[in-house]
Structures are given as structure tokens and as C-alpha cells.
Design a protein around this ligand. Sequence first.
Ligand code: HPA
Length: 278
Amino acid sequence: MSHELNPRELRHAAEELAQQAATALTEHLGCGHDIAVVLGSGWAASVEAIGPITASASVSDIPGMRAPGVQGHGAQVHSVAIDEQRNVLVFLGRTHIYEGFGPQAVAHNVRAAVAHGCRTIILTNGAGAINPDFSSGQVVLVSDHINLTGQTALVGPEFIDLTDLYSARLRAMVRDIDASLAEGVYAQFHGPAYETPAEIRMARSFGADLVGMSTAVEAVAAKAAGADVLCLSLVTNMAAGVTGAPINHAEVLAAGAAATNRLGSLLSKIITRLSDGP
Ligand code: HPA
């Protein structure tokens, strides 16, 4: 008979799995890391523009990790050199809520990265723009989020303060690197269908500038695990109903492909500055 985990067991199992993954990351990549980057839709190709890949592991070698179920996401985790001494941990793709494996699976990458020693988690995503001042191809710094999935990876009384979830210090650092970057509030929907125009009007009235199907659940789990969180969205399309044009995944990928070098160079500058310390 199958045994349903009670909440305490569920939390313990997630922590245990993150620890096992952390150890496997060290074994397969051959070193530790302070910073992890999750490359989402549109961002994955920019990995080589961050720096040379010095070691790679297949997600199948890392306990609990899954091959991303979406085109445009890779099935490997890389150690990328930023200079002779320092490396950054790079996940190509992520697990999404809409894949149906539950919020623990979604949070696993960031929890594993924190257990492995990463103190800063950089999340990236492709997003629809709700704010009509944004346009396709633009990078926006996420200043806050609205989680509309109804899901969280936290179990039990983890009353985490989220007033500075997307670290104001890290955002100021990034704006210092590129003063032209706008900021915006990201709304996470469950997906996988893109939103209806009415849902986008609702999200806009709630204060959202960007919409996507990732990030919020991971950001909260990363913060709860003790990391500082930074998030960059690449606007891949205008959200449903903003211009009336239909949305498709090919357009999301094309916006990423067009921005590859720009995204890699921005990430590389951010990571270098971060690892130089305050
Ligand atoms: N909606 C949700 N997720 C997305 C979008 C969108 O418009 N664009 C890229 N990811």
C-alpha cells in the first residue's frame, strides 16, 4: 500500500533530497559555487556568453532533478568560469508547476543550490509584458511578485518575511551596471495555457507589469533556504490582449535567440560584480 507523506515527512524528504543533490553537484562538477543561475525561456542559449563551461552534469545524475519538459530548456547543469578562480552554477531550464510534479519538484533546483553553498540565486525567465511601456526583447528587473498559482513549496509554519524578497541591494547593484533597466512586478500564473485577456486585465489591476509561469514559487523557496534572490525577466511578447496579437511559444523562443549575447553579457557582468563582493 502506498504511504502518503505527512507534512513533516514531506518537508524532511525535500531537505534530504536537496542535500543529496548538493553533494552530487560537488562530485560531478568538481567544485563548490557561491552563485547559482537558473536560465529560463529565452535565456538558455546565453550560457556560453556568461563564460566557458568548465564542467557539466546531466540532470539524471543529480538526485531529484528532472529534464525540463519544455522546448528551449536543456537537461544539464553546468559550472561556468567567470575568471580563473571563480565558477558559477548554471541550471539550463527548470521544472514548472504546470508539469504536474508539484511545488517540491519546482523548488528542488534552488534548494539544492543553496544546500550546495550558493548564497545568491539569480532567476531568469521569459515573460509577457502587461505594462504597455515594455516591449519585446527588453530585460526587466523583477522588483516583487504576485503568486497566482495558489501553490507554495513551503510546508508547515515557515513564516518567511518577503518584504525584501527580490533584494533591493542586488537590484541597485544591477542598475549600477545598466541604468537603463526598468523594474516591474511579476505575476506567476499556473499555466500551461497562456492567460486570457481578462486574466491579464485582472493582473494589471493587481499591480503586475509582467506575467509568466515560473519564478515566484522558486524565489520564496530560495529565500526560505537562506539565499538572496535576484530575478531578471526577458520580455518575449506582449501579454494576452495588450495588443490583440496571439501568443505562441516559437515567438517566446525567438525573442530569446535574438537577445542571447546581450543576456549573456549582462549576466556575466552581474556575476562578476557579485563575486567581487560589496
Ligand atoms: N504568459 C505567461 N507566460 C509567459 C508569457 C506570457 O505571456 N510569455 C512568456 N512566458
